[in-house]
Design a protein. Structure first.
Length: 220
């Protein structure tokens, strides 16, 4: 949800930077790889050790700049299939590093108790769910269906998890991290279900039209 509204802002902000990179001969794939390495390095070097606000700030800068590669691609090559594949694949590494690092923080730093237990459970579920959301879309696209819908886009998931970590880090209680990771897990699950339902309906519609070509002509 937030990702859709933020794209126009990031496009306006990063177009000048993309022009500079294009003139310097930097490729979109290089930007994608550098951004992934930076986000993973920040996540694993800060969040597991309780440096949550520092990590969240740096990750916000790195992840906000995630649109640079797309802007640069449109400005130079126009984008490529491999570039889209690389970007989507490496995003999974960045997301996994963030959710796993927050879960590690709960494991190593939270006191024994229900909040710690549920934070770990929610963190593991978030890792699985966040990886399944793009997989569902990719599998739908493999049969020619574009299933981009869902309540939990990548930006939403990262903001929810990091916000929960920030509130816990600022002394509001460990349950805030549990809530943040729990929302990621629940939102991811709902998004997967939405994409499954949409893909099933669309596939069924296309099969009916294939069986009865006249139905498509009448509809059009």
């Amino acid at each position: 949800m937030l990702g859709n509204h933020g794209r126009s802002v990031t496009k306006a902000v990063f177009t000048p930077l993309a022009r500079v990179l294009a003139r310097a001969g930097v490729t979109p794939n290089q930007v994608t790889i550098a951004g992934t390495l930076a986000s993973v390095a920040v996540a694993v070097s800060t969040l597991p050790f309780g440096h949550v606000w520092e990590g969240a700030l740096l990750l916000g800068i790195v992840l906000f700049g995630d649109s640079v590669d797309g802007t640069l691609a449109r400005m130079t090559t126009g984008g490529s299939r491999f570039g889209a594949f690389l970007d989507s694949t490496l995003d999974r590494l960045s997301d996994g590093a963030v959710f796993a690092s927050l879960t590690a923080w709960a494991i190593f730093s939270f006191p024994e108790g229900a909040a710690r237990t549920w934070a770990i459970v929610a963190g593991l579920a978030a890792i699985i769910g966040a990886g399944t959301v793009p997989y569902a879309r990719a599998r739908a696209e493999s049969i020619g269906i574009e299933a981009k819908l869902g309540i939990a886009e990548r930006t939403d998931r990262l903001i929810a998890a990091l916000l929960g970590g920030l509130l816990a880090d600022w002394g509001w209680g460990e349950w805030w991290l549990t809530a943040g990771l729990g929302w990621v897990a629940l939102g991811s699950f709902i998004t997967v279900v939405q994409r499954i339902v949409f893909t099933a309906a669309e596939a069924s519609r296309r099969e009916r039209e294939s069986a009865d070509p006249g139905a498509e002509r009448e509809r059009s």
